[in-house]
Design a protein. Structure first.
Length: 219
């Protein structure tokens, strides 16, 4: 197992750095230096595996197929909760994830699906058997909708939860940041798990509920 690339860890540590800087801290677009609000879009530098903060104008510039010449990709602005996702304990064990939170995405650079899980030191990569992922995808065709590099399957099995999300990868690294910022001692402490619960509650408010077939669920 290995740590995620340092440039991606920048996003995971950003929430803590902003908090330390105080209420007057400003974030800026990393393309044009325009001041941006706390909630903003991100671009992925595919070659360097780096996430860049983007203002609205730069987001619009890259928000069409072919923009960025394959170098930069705009992360989607959508999240899905898969209500009937199939992932039993046996298959989860086959994924060899040592904790109950993980995210998976197809890396163009690696040419395969990669798995990461949040840890107090950042996002840690876990080796993933191709056959196990193929089994998971066969039972959940919705995974075919994931855009390589920029969208991930996020799995939450903490404290008996069984939640499965399709989200932009910046949301996954934001979760890593939450854990890094609030982890205390060996088990993390009550505060970190309260913050994790808050993260998923907020994620649910903005998510569309779909089925494992990729169809929007009926209310």
């Amino acid at each position: 197992m290995s740590q995620a690339p340092s440039r991606l860890r920048e996003l995971a540590s950003r929430p803590a750095r902003v908090a330390q800087a105080g209420p007057e801290a400003e974030e800026r677009c990393e393309l044009c230096t325009e001041t941006i609000p706390p909630k903003h879009r991100h671009l992925l530098d595919v070659r360097e595996r780096r996430l860049l903060c983007a203002c609205q104008a730069c987001s619009i510039l890259f928000d069409h197929s072919g923009a960025g010449g394959g170098h930069y990709r705009l992360l989607p602005d959508r999240s899905y909760y898969v209500e009937d996702f199939e992932l039993d304990d046996l298959v989860w064990q086959g994924l060899r994830i040592p904790v109950d939170l993980a995210f998976f995405f197809h890396s163009s650079a690696a040419g395969c699906v990669t798995a990461f899980y949040p840890a107090p030191v950042g996002a840690t990569e876990s080796l993933l058997e191709l056959e196990t992922w193929e089994e998971l995808a066969a039972g959940n065709p919705v995974l075919e909708q994931l855009e390589p590099d920029v969208e991930a399957l996020l799995v939450n099995r903490t404290r008996e939860a069984r939640e499965h999300w399709l989200v932009p990868v910046d949301r996954c690294y934001a979760l890593v940041g939450v854990i890094r910022s609030h982890w205390r001692g060996f088990g993390g402490g009550a505060e970190v798990w309260n913050e994790v619960d808050r993260f998923f509650a907020e994620l649910r408010r903005g998510a569309t509920v779909v089925t494992k077939l990729g169809k929007e669920a009926r209310a």
